[in-house]
Design a protein around this ligand. Structure first.
Ligand code: 5AD
Ligand code: SF4
Length: 442
């Protein structure tokens, strides 16, 4: 009988895409994917190391599987992804429940690791690669809605922001061939998907070289837009230093490329940005925001920020608030600095902002962002947006919801509209988190 595996995914969208690659690798070897972990022979947890609390959550989860193992003593527990890479063998010692550890570049080895673990041995492969892109693997889609899918276009990161663990857990940057990307996008389309998000740690530095030929990010984006004119295209994440006018022009030119850009700023202070090794200044960032407004009017803009990095003074922090007021982001993901062992900051830049200050700064940041989101949403009242319908509202059977090109969620009264269809909705009301509107019928 086929062995059954279950995958639980934490962390970024890249991890969601990787879990689908792993599902494809295992399915091809005769394993069966199941949704109920209680029925599984193998439970895999795809993990994140970005902040200490992300790792704590996974440890709690892995410890919780003890109950399932009591019922099924042969259960294998595997930890994959960034935590496996960062902690290696140490994780076997710290979490006795774990049988398998596999890093982000070693997923093709997973069937062998499972075989080894089922003989009672500890199985580990955390080798990083400079070339692995899993380009031959057509991912098994695990998402049930089958509307919006991810395609990874590059792996790893070369930026070495001083606070960030990613270059250590995901290794060096490498771009996947445009042909294999296009093949995967077309496959999504043939399966009925209406939207694709091109993924990478730093998508706008995408560069694929093949003999004389070079494909950069704007060319790739245009190629995808041209190939699947009826699909919506999104991409994440962009680094401000690589956000070129050329990329913005491609987004403006193609109606199927969503008018939404996620551009993590991290801090509004030049001295903090310098310590972070972000390679841009506040002025550069604001110039890129101006360029977005100029080239793509009506573009949604979101960001990531974190407070309490090494030496962040009250003045530095005020600069961040000030930048947020100036840009008025539609959406922001906000965090407290969490020191990650092994990073440059952990070695040379003491984590010297106390917890109380971090919490207060984060709280004020969240409040300011909530006001910005509300302001941005209020500006949409009276406007009509094309919405890709994603489902029935959790609050009411009589309402459906979807997303605008700008990546805002819009709820509207409707029944029986096919999920995955495009409808026009006029916004009538809003909160800071959601737009509410009426569908246009004609
Ligand atoms: N501490 C807190 N936040 C971090 N991020 C990355 N590393 C850290 C860290 N050590 C945030 C950044 C990044 C997002 C994915 O997570 O804002 O853009
Ligand atoms: Fe977390 Fe970064 Fe790894 Fe994604 S790449 S799982 S965000 S540490």
């Amino acid at each position: 009988m086929a062995k059954k595996f279950h995958i639980e995914t934490y962390g970024c969208q890249m991890n969601v895409a990787d879990s689908e690659v792993v599902a494809a690798i295992l399915t091809a070897k005769g394993f069966e994917h199941i949704k109920d972990k209680n029925e599984a022979d193998i439970i895999l947890v795809n993990t994140c190391s970005i902040r200490e609390n992300a790792e704590q959550r996974v440890r709690g989860r892995v410890q919780g599987f003890t109950e399932i193992r009591k019922r099924n003593p042969k259960l294998l527990i595997g930890v994959m992804g960034c935590m496996a890479e960062r902690l290696g063998e140490k994780l076997f010692e710290e979490e006795k429940n774990i049988n398998i550890l596999v890093g982000p570049d070693a997923y093709l080895d997973l069937p062998l690791l499972i075989e080894k673990a089922s003989k009672g041995e500890k199985a580990i492969n955390i080798e990083l690669s400079t070339t692995e892109t899993y380009k031959e693997i057509c991912p098994t889609r695990l998402d049930e809605t089958a509307i919006s899918g991810f395609v990874s276009i590059m792996r790893g990161c070369n930026n070495f922001c001083t606070y960030c663990i990613v270059p250590y857990t995901r290794g060096r940057e490498r771009s996947r061939s445009h042909n294999s990307i296009i093949k995967e996008v077309v496959d999504l389309q043939s399966k009925g998907y209406k939207e694709v998000t091109l993924l990478g740690q730093n998508v706008n530095s995408y560069l694929y070289k093949e003999e004389e030929n070079k494909v950069d990010f704007p060319s790739l984006l245009e190629l995808v837009a041209k190939t699947v004119p009826n699909m919506r295209i999104r991409f994440a994440t962009s680094h401000p230093k690589d956000m070129s006018d050329e990329t913005l022009a491609v987004i403006a030119r193609w109606s199927n490329i969503c008018k939404s850009i996620h551009l993590p700023v991290q801090s509004g202070s030049n001295s903090v940005l310098k310590d972070m090794n972000r390679k841009y200044t506040r002025e550069w960032y604001l110039d890129r925001i101006d360029a977005i407004h100029r080239i793509i009017p009506e573009c949604g803009i979101s960001t990531d920020l974190f407070v309490g990095f090494h030496n962040e003074s009250e003045e530095d922090y005020q600069q961040t608030l000030d930048l947020m007021r100036e840009v008025c982001f539609d959406l922001a993901y906000m965090f407290k600095y969490s020191e990650r062992p092994g990073t440059k900051a952990s070695k040379t830049m003491p984590d010297n902002i106390d917890e109380e200050t971090k919490s207060r700064r984060l709280q004020d940041l969240i409040e300011l962002q909530s006001a910005s989101s509300l302001e941005s949403n209020r500006r949409d009242i009276g406007k009509t947006f094309e919405v890709l319908v994603e489902g029935i509202s959790k609050r009411s059977q009589e309402e459906m919801y979807g997303r605008s090109s700008q990546n805002k969620v819009i709820v509207f009264p409707a029944q029986g509209i096919e999920i995955g269809s495009l409808v026009n909705v006029t916004v009538r009301k809003c909160t800071s988190a959601t737009l509410m509107g009426e569908m246009l019928t004609d």
